[in-house]
Design a protein around this ligand. Structure first.
Ligand SMILES: [Zn+2]
Length: 418
């Protein structure tokens, strides 16, 4: 009952118009992964203006890169600017809301009907790169913290908003936050889940594969060894591995045709059309099932490639090379019945009359860093549709931003009210 009275006061203090405006402002500041300083400056000033305690710092990249569990990066980066905002006293409860400011590149600008950085609202939707993934989510987190602070309700603990960089290429920002010493009893990552609660997330590992062949003139191709032909052998074995990784998926993943996908994204072979290719290089990603470690999956992948090689006379003497690089996302899972997540489910129920649907996420996010690096239970819950993420004309329903702001504000008040 105390929680509910606090929830009403916090919701009265919530400014949903300001939340939507902030989402627009954030979209209008380009922040492709690696170039996030300007948007973080804006985030910090908005947080300060709301009366939150703000810490803004530059991560020590040189030191973090030496860390044995550094999550990897795919872009060359010279800096990582982090911003955290806190409201409430140190107490017996604490909650982190996490949002990343970095966005993926816009791709071919021709496919966009307006500037990818327009942040305009049309027919009830906010448009622009990062609108769904996930500047609206971050705006929701800041709005919830601002509402808690403005409402003046007594709190038994702290609400901390983490505005991080470098999520799209591995998670250096959240890794730096945890290295800085931020801890809490629970974390909610405000990724676009369509307001479903996601307590389980598959992992994803990036790999490179190099397959040797032997060059020959194409007219006597039987005198050479085509690296493309040998790749087909390896690929067939990798399809078999994918089937075995997907043999009995976690129950929240059963609706996906392939929950833990193995996919080749880039491939290059040979140097001349009339020549047998003597070298093939490809890159791809392999999913990590819930309950399996990344090390297990790497081991099974390498064993599958080796298995394809021993069955072929050429490959057994010229084995393919496997390399792991860039983002290495572990799978992660949290108990959705913990008090913080229960508060979120109740606040969602208050808003919609029904509890949130539960789902599993087949993609990686910073959730696994909270769980594996700091043992902070973490889930995903936020506004927007994941299918909008990384697409041209990315957009999000304004009504969903408002609903998310109400649910998160209500959840934080329920969980943290004294
Ligand atoms: Zn995201």
């Amino acid at each position: 009952v105390i929680g509910q009275r606090a929830e009403v006061k916090a919701l009265e203090a919530l400014d949903t118009d300001a939340c939507v405006r902030l989402a627009q402002e954030l979209v209008r500041i380009p922040s492709v992964t690696g170039e996030e300083r300007a948007v973080q400056d804006h985030v910090a000033s908005v947080m300060s203006a709301a009366g939150l305690e703000v810490e803004r710092f530059d991560a020590d990249l040189a030191r973090l890169k030496q860390h044995p569990r550094f999550p990897g990066m795919e872009v060359e980066r010279t800096e990582a600017v982090l911003v955290a905002a806190t409201t409430g006293p140190r107490g017996d409860r604490s909650l982190i809301l996490n949002g990343h400011v970095d966005v993926v590149p816009v791709g071919d600008g021709q496919h966009w009907q307006a500037s990818p950085w327009s942040g305009h609202v049309h027919a009830g939707r906010l448009y622009g790169r990062g609108a769904a993934d996930m500047k609206a989510g971050l705006a929701v987190g800041i709005a919830a913290a601002s509402a808690l602070r403005k409402s003046g309700i007594p709190l038994r603990g702290r609400l901390v908003v983490h505005s991080v960089v470098g999520e799209e290429d591995g998670g250096v920002g959240t890794f730096a936050m945890l290295d800085r010493g931020y801890r809490a009893d629970a974390a909610i990552i405000l990724e676009p889940t369509g307001l479903r609660l996601i307590p389980a997330q598959a992992g994803a590992l990036s790999f490179r594969l190099r397959i040797p062949g032997r060059a020959a003139h194409a007219s006597v191709r039987y005198e050479g060894v085509s690296a493309i032909d040998k790749f087909e052998l390896v690929q067939a074995r990798l399809r078999q591995l994918e089937r075995s990784l997907n043999a009995s998926p976690h129950e929240l993943f059963r609706r996906y045709p392939i929950p833990y996908a193995l996919s080749i994204g880039r491939l290059r072979a040979g140097s001349w059309s009339a020549m047998v290719p003597d070298d093939l290089r490809c890159e791809g990603r392999v999913g990590v099932p819930i309950g399996m470690s990344s090390g297990d999956v790497r081991g099974q992948f390498e064993a599958a490639v080796a298995d394809a090689a021993v069955k072929d006379s050429w490959l057994s003497e010229h084995p393919p090379l496997v390399e792991w690089y860039g983002g290495q996302f572990n799978a992660a899972e949290a108990n959705p019945d913990l008090p913080a997540f229960q508060a979120l489910r109740e606040a969602h129920g208050q808003e919609f009359g029904v509890p949130p649907e539960m789902d599993g996420a087949p993609y990686g996010s910073d959730m696994r860093l909270y769980i594996h690096e700091a043992e902070i239970p973490a889930i995903l819950y936020g506004p927007g549709d994941i299918r909008q993420a990384h697409s041209a004309n990315e957009s999000i329903a304004v009504s969903e931003i408002v609903q998310a702001a109400r649910v998160l504000t209500g959840a934080a008040a329920r969980y943290l009210a004294a």
